[in-house]
Design a protein around this ligand. Structure first.
Ligand code: AMP
Ligand code: ZN
Length: 460
């Protein structure tokens, strides 16, 4: 079976044909590092990690390059830095915020079983590439300088008589509609309402870099050009896959395509545009004001990362996902079982029944259904398939031990209570034996009596 991927640009599932099978290239928009990442942010991390693993499986580990950037220039970072470190010079405070948040992000995504991308470029380390793209755009007549800003003109792009894509093609919006719908209070330095910022002046104290030619004052880049620059530097002018959440299609990805294609006179930036659907929590949009905003970090205090991972993959990546406690509990039970039967087994080859659905535009729900089937028919294939999907990073004993640690009771205490219960039962003190059983249940310990004695496990 061949790999087929849904492409947002052509609105269809197409066979995946890499530009160079010895160097398959994927770019995914990464986090803006100013706070703990929330569980919605975990979705692209997990989804594109599965794709990364699948591509490595198909083309070989050495032949896949995955770039996920870190956005470390942003107003939200500046605000946070000023708030958290009021005594420090802003630049130093910003460094503290981005360092801290970057570390937290890595700890979170490592726990989710996501492989580190091949490269994690930082925006602040690619200002030179951004400047070069901007200067090319000005030279080509696609951008202009006004009041120390550089602005990109989608109208100039669509007026160009060339093989460039149309502005609006990715998000399926017409420029006329965008013009009609533009806000009335357009910044005075913009020629047209649809123009977007490539470069802007920095306020005093804010991070700043030498500006593109034509601007004396120092300034800083707009968000969209950051990704065009980092993708270009690490993957070239044209590459295979570009991914991110569905909210990024417009304007972020539309603008990335415009910048890259106009700067390099290309018909395409990426051959496949992939977008994950949105995540909501218990049927509500996640937001700080609703009080249902959950960070990955908070969830990891209660659940192993692989439980969050499985829970995410039970829904197809393009569908919306409703994140619920009930579903998390089920995912935890499933993983407990898979760890018990498969974690210590020598893994076999991943089963076709699991790989085939993945090849069909990452149909993870179907792949997971197949895993349940393998549970009773082929445990080595179950183990191999689970590993392909990024599960079973621990032994069964480690998994069980972590649950015990998380529940805060130690095995000795449990064994002691079970011995007391056995004694109570043998003297027919059923009131006492029931009391101990309930106590164990309250600790999250389930017990099972058989003729060989009493066994127990954490049921969470
Ligand atoms: P941000 O830091 O907001 O730019 O988001 C980083 C990544 O997370 C982007 O790919 C977003 O599309 C994605 N993302 C943000 N919120 C959600 C959500 N609720 N559900 C799914 N993906 C999200
Ligand atoms: Zn981006």
């Amino acid at each position: 079976m061949e790999l087929r991927l849904y492409d947002t640009l052509s609105r269809e599932k197409r066979a995946f044909v890499p530009l160079d099978p010895r160097n398959v290239r994927m770019y995914v928009c990464g986090p803006t590092v100013y706070d703990f990442a929330h569980i919605g942010n975990a979705r692209p991390v997990i989804v594109f990690d599965v794709l990364f693993r699948l591509l490595r499986h198909l083309y070989g580990e050495a032949h896949v390059k995955y770039v996920r950037n870190i956005t470390d220039v942003d107003d939200k970072i500046n605000d946070r830095a000023a708030r958290d470190f009021p005594g420090l010079p802003l630049n130093e405070a910003i460094r503290k915020v981005t360092e801290q948040t970057g570390k937290q992000f890595h700890a979170d995504v490592d726990a989710l079983g996501a492989l580190r991308p091949s490269v994690e470029p930082r925006a602040t380390e690619h200002i030179g590439e951004m400047r070069e793209i901007i200067e090319r755009l000005v030279k080509g007549g696609f951008a202009y300088v006004a009041e120390d800003h550089v602005l990109f003109s989608p109208q100039a792009m669509n007026a160009a008589n060339s093989t460039l894509p149309r502005y609006g093609a990715l998000s399926k919006r017409s420029l006329d509609e965008m013009i009609a719908g533009a806000r009335v209070d357009v910044a005075p330095y913009k020629r047209d309402a649809t123009d977007f910022v490539l470069w802007k002046p920095s306020k005093p104290g804010e991070p700043s870099w030498p500006s593109p030619s034509g601007i004396k004052a120092e300034g800083r880049p707009g968000w969209h050009v950051e990704c065009s620059a980092m993708a270009w530097k690490h993957l070239g002018e044209h590459f295979d896959i570009h991914g991110g959440g569905i909210d990024l299609v417009f304007p972020h990805h539309e603008n990335e395509v415009a910048q890259t294609c106009c700067a390099f006179h290309r018909e395409r930036m990426a051959n496949y545009w992939m977008h994950n659907g949105f995540l909501q929590v218990e049927s509500e949009k996640m937001s700080k004001s609703l009080g249902n905003f959950i960070t990955i970090h908070e969830l990891l205090a209660d659940w192993p990362g692989e439980v969050l991972r499985l829970n995410m993959l039970k829904t197809h990546y393009r569908s919306p996902i409703d994140w619920t406690m009930k579903s998390l509990e089920e995912s935890a039970k499933t993983l407990d079982d898979w760890y018990r039967v498969a974690a210590d087994v020598a893994p076999g080859k991943p089963a076709a029944s699991v790989v085939d659905p993945l090849l069909d535009d990452l149909n993870t729900p179907l792949a997971i259904a197949a895993l349940h089937g393998l549970r009773s028919s082929d445990v080595p294939a179950l183990a191999g398939s689970l590993r392909l999907l990024g599960f079973l990073s621990e032994s069964a004993a480690q998994w069980e031990g972590r649950k015990q640690q998380a529940s805060g009771v130690d095995a000795k205490e449990v064994e002691g209570l079970i011995a007391e219960r056995t004694a109570a039962r043998s003297r027919k003190d059923f009131k006492e034996s029931d009391r101990i059983r309930d106590l164990l249940a309250a600790m999250g310990v389930a017990i099972k009596d058989s003729k060989d004695g009493t066994t127990w496990e954490f049921s969470r």
